[in-house]
Design a protein around this ligand. Structure first.
Ligand SMILES: Cc1cc2nc3c(=O)[nH]c(=O)nc-3n(C[C@H](O)[C@H](O)[C@H](O)COP(=O)(O)OP(=O)(O)OC[C@H]3O[C@@H](n4cnc5c(N)ncnc54)[C@H](O)[C@@H]3O)c2cc1C
Length: 407
């Protein structure tokens, strides 16, 4: 029995690695050490390599979680950029017109609205935090799963492992979810997000810029070196054409789509394509198993919330597991895991619905309600109360927060 781990996290992406790091960090206290393993076939090399185009906007709540997981100091460095403002507008308006919605951290007494961090840097920092406190990182993938009454046996590409609780954090195509037979609603947005790093003629001014168009969304996320990372969500056929263009042709299309909000642009990296879907698992838990992050839910990237929602899952689940341990309850018992599901599922559903509505009304709609919403950005800009509501959501400090997500 001594070979049985307490918790095995399948998938060491940012969310799975964070769950493992939080469990290890909090079990270092009075309850005694927890044996935690992470199964990750593609551990990223340490930071320092070439610039990575795929970045995520990390919210204030996520920053607190990363501090609790002893990973924030590893994330911080010359490549991380705090952003102080967001400017959102619809293509029917000029970027600096009264039709734009601007959120400024200073207006809510915050130093910034969050940080732009390379996805791989975040993942590497969290896995390093796991390794440093004795977590076992297995460089293998899951291929099979057997759930027994006392523990789960996981077949990997190199052998097998057993654990009293398995956390499925293996992304949108989660093998854990599928092997457990947990069903999900999957909606194909028929859109692709193009991600690239670009130089802009005008400085980004520590601002995240987002333009809603009739056929998609374009965001410029400010990077520390003055460049910007773009996330351009377009209908699949448009995206296919865009990624096939030369660097000069692509920049010309980007200039048109951005309405030159930051002046002329120049491509600094390849343009990568990510097909977009919405996914909502019907259940997040089964006996001795729980899903977190993209394995449980995938949202449209336009609001930059996927990682943030996943880190909140990781924090909520870690808090409940540690609470169960303190009460001498079995953390793999379904009644414990259902508390996690109740906590996170409604919160995620609210966010996911709101984000999809934004996509439908602002980026694609052309009817009267859409036109109202498009004009409404400027109206929202004039209401401090509504703005505060949106800022609290952007900072991730709304809803029922796990302890590690609080200041
Ligand atoms: C274009 C784009 C822009 C985005 N921008 C933002 C943003 O600004 N802010 C934000 O919060 N979110 C953003 N997101 C969403 C965010 O990237 C995801 O929500 C996030 O990566 C989910 O993390 P995860 O750890 O759950 O899954 P993943 O990052 O997908 O990690 C899953 C891990 O599981 C491993 N794995 C897979 N299969 C197996 C297996 N069989 N066995 C073992 N391991 C396995 C993989 O190697 C991987 O490391 C964006 C997404 C896209 C597509």
């Amino acid at each position: 029995m001594s070979d049985i781990l307490d918790v095995l996290v399948v998938g060491g992406g940012p969310v799975g690695a964070c769950a493992a790091a939080l469990l290890l960090a909090s079990s270092a206290d009075d309850i005694g050490p927890l044996r935690v393993g992470v199964l990750e076939p593609n551990r990223p090399r340490p930071a320092g390599g070439p610039l990575e185009s795929r970045v995520v906007a990390v919210s204030r709540a996520s920053e607190h979680i990363l501090k609790s997981a002893s990973a924030w100091d590893r994330v911080l460095g010359p490549r991380v950029a705090a952003y102080e403002r967001m400017r959102i507008w619809h293509e029917s308006f000029a970027p600096s017109s009264a039709g734009a919605l601007v959120f400024d951290a200073a207006e809510v007494g915050e130093p910034n609205l969050g940080s732009i961090v390379a996805h791989r840097l975040l993942q590497a920092a969290l896995l390093d935090a796991v390794a440093e406190v004795g977590g076992r990182i297995e460089p293998a993938g899951l291929v099979g799963l057997h759930v027994g009454p006392e523990y789960v046996t996981v077949e990997t590409s190199t052998g097998s492992l057993s654990a009293r609780l398995v956390i499925g954090a293996d992304g949108a195509r989660s093998a854990v979810r599928q092997l457990l037979g947990l069903t999900a609603d999957i909606t194909d947005f028929k859109e692709t997000a193009i991600v690239a790093t670009v130089a802009t003629e005008q400085p980004h001014d520590k601002t995240a810029w987002q333009r809603f168009m009739r056929n998609g969304t374009l965001a410029f996320l400010p990077l520390a070196d003055g460049a910007s990372s773009i996330v351009w969500s377009a209908d699949n056929n448009v995206a296919t054409t865009l990624v096939g263009l030369s660097a000069t042709e692509f920049a010309a299309e980007l200039d048109r789509a951005s309405d030159l909000a930051l002046g002329h642009t120049r491509l600094l990296s390849d343009a990568q394509a990510f097909p977009l879907q919405r996914l909502a698992a019907h259940r997040y838990v089964a006996h001795r198993c729980a899903l977190i992050g993209d394995a449980a839910h995938v949202v449209h990237p336009l609001a930059g919330q996927g990682v943030n929602l996943g880190l909140l899952d990781a924090a909520a689940l870690a808090e409940l597991i540690m609470g169960a341990r303190r009460e001498r309850e079995d953390p793999g018992a379904l009644r414990v895991l259902r508390r996690y599901e109740r906590w996170r599922k409604s919160e995620v559903a609210f966010m996911s619905t709101a984000i999809s509505a934004f996509d439908r009304l602002l980026a694609h709609g052309s009817g009267p309600i859409s036109r109202l919403a498009q004009r409404g950005l400027g109206v929202v800009n004039r209401s401090q109360e509504i703005k505060r509501f949106f800022v609290s959501r952007a900072l991730g400090v709304a809803g029922e927060l796990p302890r590690s997500a609080r200041p």
